[in-house]
Design a protein around this ligand. Structure first.
Ligand code: ADP
Ligand code: MG
Length: 381
């Protein structure tokens, strides 16, 4: 069944990803209801209707499903049971199964391992005793990550040795964790893939991602890698989407090892920060693809028309008050996106900008230089 423009769509989650979905849907003539527990949120403010409730609130879920033709999520920590409940009376994508895997690092690694995808060596830590095993010792130096609810580097601590590991575990409140071996990375990549209701697949170009303190800082697209490696990453992303029988937009994050071997870091059952460049640099954005997959529409071309570099704007930039946006706006090929969040906390994603090079769809050098120059000016203001 195709859900045609004019219909009401629903989104679970009110963050910036939800907001950009709402804008893409509204541009195509849909109306959108957002459900989020906080009263003021980027998507809640932009939506046609807003339900302020917990993601497990049964009457709120009933209201949402009664007024929406189809529902998606912008946030992987939606209780899978809520998606299951909504799916009884509504089109829901991605489905509870895919989200339940992506929201739990243990389930995610087991799924990827079972299907033969390469991942970093890891061990599941259920209790303190699990550190005493040889398996754990072999994983040092490593990174301890809580199995659920971690994001933007939160809920993870690195540990060089056993002493640091015990301290890290205590800092993470003895939560169920995975201990992952620290990998010497050449670079990090991500691929956003859209899979439609009939199984149609469209991958976006590969992003090359640079992180600071576990938070995405810059995405360079297309990634400065060989065609072969790019195709390999895109093929893996498609295969994961197929194995999950996924419907919607999925992001696969990769580690590139020194020998160009690809490991899968994690998957996100939604559009991704590293795909924001697609709004300005591709024929179809990742958010429009999300609308199209949700509504059973044909997918748009994900072709990139301009080389692009995206830079995140974190709350740290607000230390001396509102940054001078003219530093971004004075570059005619820089596109400023602000999420309208009222409180600028350090590490909080407040917005991003994308610098384009419309002369080329492959050479990112100039856009990168300009993006970094803008970043330095913003930081020193
Ligand atoms: P999040 O859910 O917060 O995005 P990730 O597991 O993706 O958590 O980790 C965030 C970042 O931390 C990664 O993008 C990478 O830069 C670094 N990182 C995580 N795990 C490892 C690892 N095993 N080896 C090296 N770097 C890592
Ligand atoms: Mg990540």
């Amino acid at each position: 069944m195709r859900i045609t423009p004019g219909a009401m769509l629903g989104v679970l989650g009110g963050g910036q990803l939800g907001c950009m979905f709402v804008m893409a849907a509204q541009q195509m003539g849909y109306r959108v209801t957002v459900l989020d527990p906080s009263l003021d949120s980027p998507a809640g403010r932009t939506a046609d209707d807003f339900i302020c409730a917990d993601y497990a609130d049964q009457s709120a879920l009933e209201k949402l499903s009664s007024q929406c033709a189809a529902i998606t999520t912008e946030f992987e920590n939606i209780p899978a049971n809520s998606l299951r409940k909504l799916a009884k009376s509504c089109v829901v994508s991605p489905d509870a199964y895919s989200v339940s895997i992506a929201q739990n690092r243990i389930a995610e690694k087991q799924f990827l391992g079972t299907h033969g995808f390469a991942i970093a060596p890891f061990a599941v830590i259920q209790q303190q005793d699990d550190f005493a095993t040889q398996d754990a010792a072999d994983l040092l130096p490593g990174i301890l990550k809580v199995s659920q609810f971690g994001y933007d580097g939160k809920g993870q601590k690195s540990a060089a040795d056993e002493t640091e590991l015990a301290a890290a575990y205590a800092q993470l409140n003895h939560s169920v964790c995975v201990l992952e071996k620290f990998m010497p990375l050449k670079s990090e990549l991500s691929v956003v893939v859209a899979r439609g209701r009939d199984g149609e697949l469209k991958t976006f170009p590969v992003s090359e991602n640079q992180h600071i303190n576990g938070i995405l800082d810059i995405s360079i697209v297309p990634a400065r890698i060989s065609q072969e490696l790019a195709e390999q990453a895109q093929a893996i992303a498609c295969k994961i989407a197929e194995k999950l029988d996924y419907q919607g937009v999925l992001c696969v994050e990769f580690f590139v090892l020194q020998n160009d071997e690809l490991l899968i870091n994690e998957i996100a059952p939604r559009p991704h920060n590293s795909g924001h460049y697609s709004i300005n640099a591709c024929i179809t954005s990742q958010f429009e693809q999300q609308v199209r997959t949700l509504c059973g529409l044909p997918l748009g071309a994900s072709t990139q028309h301009s080389a692009a570099v995206m830079v995140n704007l974190l709350g740290d930039l607000w230390q001396n008050g509102e940054p001078d946006w003219n530093l971004v706006l004075q570059n005619p090929l820089a596109k400023l996106h602000l999420y309208g969040k009222t409180e600028a906390r350090p590490g909080r994603k407040m917005g991003h900008y994308t610098v384009l090079n419309t002369d080329t769809d492959t050479d990112t050098d100039t856009a990168l230089q300009e993006a970094i120059a803008i970043k330095k000016q913003l930081e020193h203001h």
